[in-house]
Design a binder for this molecule. Sequence first.
Ligand SMILES: [Zn+2]
Length: 142
Amino acid sequence: MAEQAAAPGPLPVVSFLKIPDKGDPYLEGQECGGCGAIFLGERETCSRCGASGRFQAKRLSDRGELYVYSIVHRSFPGVEVPYISAIVDLEGGGTVKGNLIGIDPDPEKVSFGMPVEVVYQIAPRKDAEGNEYLTYYFKPRS
Ligand SMILES: [Zn+2]
């Protein structure tokens, strides 16, 4: 009763979303020791400089700028449309794809280069085993 062991939290929706025991979730990139390029997900060889096996995990910033986006009007059944699919350049490196929320999916309102931040939320759906997932979105930042 005393300890909170076996209180399973949500699972990360992608492998590069890290959920520490203490503290806030964050995105993790792999930084090339040869050229400093940052990628998401495990890899062996740098596609920029060709260095092999020289990657180190790096905690990425939660702040960035909208690089490009598209407004999605058709999706899978059960997915609410329209929504904004975005690619964001994070401060300090790393380019991440995700959905932009907290703003109308209207090209008049969304602009390239606008400042955004990464926010973490429980995904709206559980998997077949009933597991909860933590996912990330981008949100405009002022
Ligand atoms: Zn490299």
